[in-house]
Design a protein around this ligand. Sequence first.
Ligand code: ZN
Length: 425
Amino acid sequence: MNSTLQVIPFSGTRHSRESGNPSLIVWIPDQVGNDVSTQFLEIHNDIRIKSNIQILDVIKIMPLKTEFTLLTFYKFVAIKNPEQEVKRHLIFCRDIGMKGRIYLWEEGISATVSCNKGQLQAYKAFLVSNAYFNDIEDIDIKSSSVKSHAFEKMIVKYRPEIVSLGIKVDPKQVKKVYQKISVDEFKNIVDSSDQNYEILDMRNSYEYKLWHFKNSLPSWTVNFKEVKALVKEYGKKFKNKKVVMYCTWGIRCEKLSVLLKNEGVDNFYSLDGGIVKYINTHNDGNWLWNLYTFDWLVSTPVGDEKTHTKIWTCIYTGASTDYIENCRYSPCNARIITTRKAYKQHLGFCSQECFDKGKKDLLIKPDFSLDKKDYKDIRSQIKLGKLKLEETREGISRYLDNKLGKHSFNHKESQKEEYVDSCMI
Ligand SMILES: [Zn+2]
């Protein structure tokens, strides 16, 4: 046996939990150099060998300064024992020092992780070695390069449902009913403003509000579960059109395809690979502005100076901006598109309603960059009887009115996103 040992270094030395000795992942192409059937060896103090190749040496890990990749993928596949897969993944991913989140459930796998070059290769080969995951599509086109790890920890968990629709779907059924539109076909539809098509953004409405494809419509949902109630309406509303749905990665649309099919709706197609595959393939300005992924942890600027389009305007002033804050009236907490200056001038309230309510019930998040009151402490002092409610309320009301001064609110009512039934009709 004369295989070449190829060491994949990874940043930071990891140590075996038992012995404290360095652990290594070694990548060994098979004897004929066919990298499809790579084999893996995980070396700890006690060496676990999955093949009959001999380990000739213990190789010191070299910390590697390298580019990092943000890797994302999912696959609908029936997994018999997801808990067992969770364990396998967790041990492997932690050992190679990868970071991020991987969820496994009976219907499949969904991963968002950051890794250096070695970790990337190691993890890809780990997937190839597993019959459930050896044919995952679009891994490369959905990944992007980042300067460092995008996550602090490696989390691998079982979740009963990843895309919350409140229904289970059979992965085989997904494959059967899912009707794809390729990124190139999608580009043609958007570029030509083809009237035979309607483009529907299946993300939540606040995400649509921030950024979306040119000429697309929002799904008008606050969370994905609500889509379930709208499926019949979609069918009726768009019965004379071909509808192309899209979402960030494609996973929502795949799952939704099953629901639509069950309702007898068959004129819905999905952008294959989602927004991420599109923007990694075409730099054409059809996507308007940035994209937040991974639960708002990472914002990816899309396009370059020529194609990067800003669509945000400040809710107070209408100025173009790229800044988001939250309304500081706790029961509202609306996401506000604003500028830092205008946000400060309006003391962090999104609307006249939140400002007025805040003065009454004092449910205001303390923020010393906006004013000097510790509302949390004030509320507890009132509770303990150390401060009188009416007096305190009046004092704070005067204080806030003075601070607001000449500025007034553009919006009378709270800007909290609410699902509005009539939006679909
Ligand atoms: Zn508000």
